[in-house]
Design a protein around this ligand. Structure first.
Ligand SMILES: [Zn+2]
Length: 413
């Protein structure tokens, strides 16, 4: 039985790898298709050529990275990496929580170190060559260190808490863990801007001026009281532009990347923000929180069932009770379920994007939104002809063409 489970684990890893390769190849075939007429103005000839070149480079790079990650996990599992790391962890201190923390830290940290050469190449060679990267070596190193520290503190606390519930609260430990995780998620949603963002970026309220007045006028028109518009120094790492909505209730805020302000006109920025407000008005963030909580509940319940059976731990070569090994096995065995949940989540997310676009269009900002999205697509070297299968699996947003067509349709009715 343990051997069958081991083969299922390997089969899932192979399946995930092959699925990604197939989707990627399907997508790749569409790079050279002519650009749809609605999007003819996105790229000029020069930029289009540069984009094609970027695609080729980044395709090679991501293929190598995927093969590398795939081989490492495969070798780790088949050469008995799990029992080895488990016995190291046990030799330091026999306490179950400490063993789990050490085991997870070794695996997490090693895999991050092994990925680092690719990170470095991606940032300082690939993104650099095509003019995206603005990150310095110092920023890069500090980001890594801060990421590790944050992962150790947050991940460590949540893992320790989970095992503590497992040891002390009996059959319904998964429900306790769920309450704790949900409370943590809610806390983070409220205080993300105050706790996490300052570790990596500087943010300040948007200054008085033409842009701020335009945004305020739009908010009044949208009947959306908003005092918190912030600008963040995204240009510290990359030229890529973005804007996002964060927080809940009184703590909600809109955050604009300084790169967005640089690249888009005032009307286009206002339209992008109207889109974000559309998400809020239609309660998409609450929907996201609730569906996330339900998914966590389901996965914790399934994990709790698995932890009743020693066979999942045996499958990875550890023949004594080891909750961390059970969690590790669950991480892989559950991935087909996450894949399906991801597809469902993306499906709804794409629907929400249309709704938010329609909200911006209802404020007569449809044209500005389209021209803003086109500029962002061009500046990010977006693929204008993605394959349907790729979109189905991976796109949380409709394609640019679909969004342009949907907004134009709204205008004509
Ligand atoms: Zn959106």
């Amino acid at each position: 039985m343990a051997q069958t489970i081991f083969f299922i684990i390997i089969a899932i890893l192979v399946f995930n790898f092959l699925l990604e390769r197939i989707l990627f190849l399907l997508n790749k075939k569409r790079w050279n298709l002519p650009i749809p007429t609605e999007l003819a103005d996105v790229y000029d000839v020069d930029k289009y050529q540069k984009m094609q070149e970027y695609r080729k480079h980044s395709a090679k790079f991501s293929l190598l990275f995927a093969i590398w990650s795939f081989l490492i996990i495969l070798l780790f599992l088949t050469l008995g990496g799990v029992p080895l790391v488990d016995s190291w962890a046990r030799s330091i201190m026999p306490n179950a929580i400490v063993v789990a923390l050490i085991f997870t830290a070794i695996i997490g940290w090693t895999s991050d170190i092994l990925d680092t050469p690719f990170d470095v190449y991606g940032t300082f060679v690939l993104e650099q060559k095509f003019g995206f990267n603005t990150s310095t070596v110092k920023t890069f190193i500090f980001d890594k260190l801060k990421g590790w520290l944050l992962g150790a503190i947050i991940g460590g606390c949540l893992l320790a808490l989970f095992i503590w519930f497992y040891q002390t609260t009996g059959t319904f430990f998964w429900l306790w863990a769920w309450f704790a995780f949900s409370a943590f998620t809610l806390f983070m949603t409220y205080f993300y801007s105050d706790i996490i963002v300052p570790l990596f970026n500087k943010q300040k309220p948007l200054e008085e001026g033409e842009l701020r007045s335009a945004i305020e006028a739009m908010c009044t028109k949208a009947e959306f009281p908003l005092d918190n518009v912030y600008v963040i120094d995204g240009s510290k790492r990359s030229k890529r532009a973005n804007a996002y909505f964060t927080g809940l209730g009184k703590r909600k805020r809109i955050v604009l990347y300084d790169t967005l302000i640089e690249q888009l006109s005032i009307e286009e920025i206002t339209a992008v923000l109207a889109h974000e407000i559309g998400h809020y008005k239609h309660k998409h963030s609450i929907w996201g929180l609730v569906s996330g909580a339900v998914q966590t509940l389901a996965s914790l319940y399934i994990l709790s069932l698995m932890l009743n059976y020693q066979v999942f731990t045996d499958a990875l070569g550890v023949y004594v009770p080891a909750i961390h090994v059970g969690i590790f096995a669950f991480g892989i065995l559950y991935s087909p379920v996450s894949l399906i949940l991801g597809i469902v989540g993306n499906y709804y997310s794409r629907k929400h994007e249309y709704t938010a676009d329609a909200f911006a269009a209802s404020l007569h900002l449809g044209d500005a939104l389209i021209s803003g999205l086109k500029k962002l697509s061009a500046n990010n070297f977006s693929n204008l002809n993605p394959h349907n299968a790729y979109v189905f699996f991976h796109y949380s947003h409709p394609t640019l063409l679909q969004r342009v067509q949907a907004v134009n349709k709204l205008k004509s009715c």
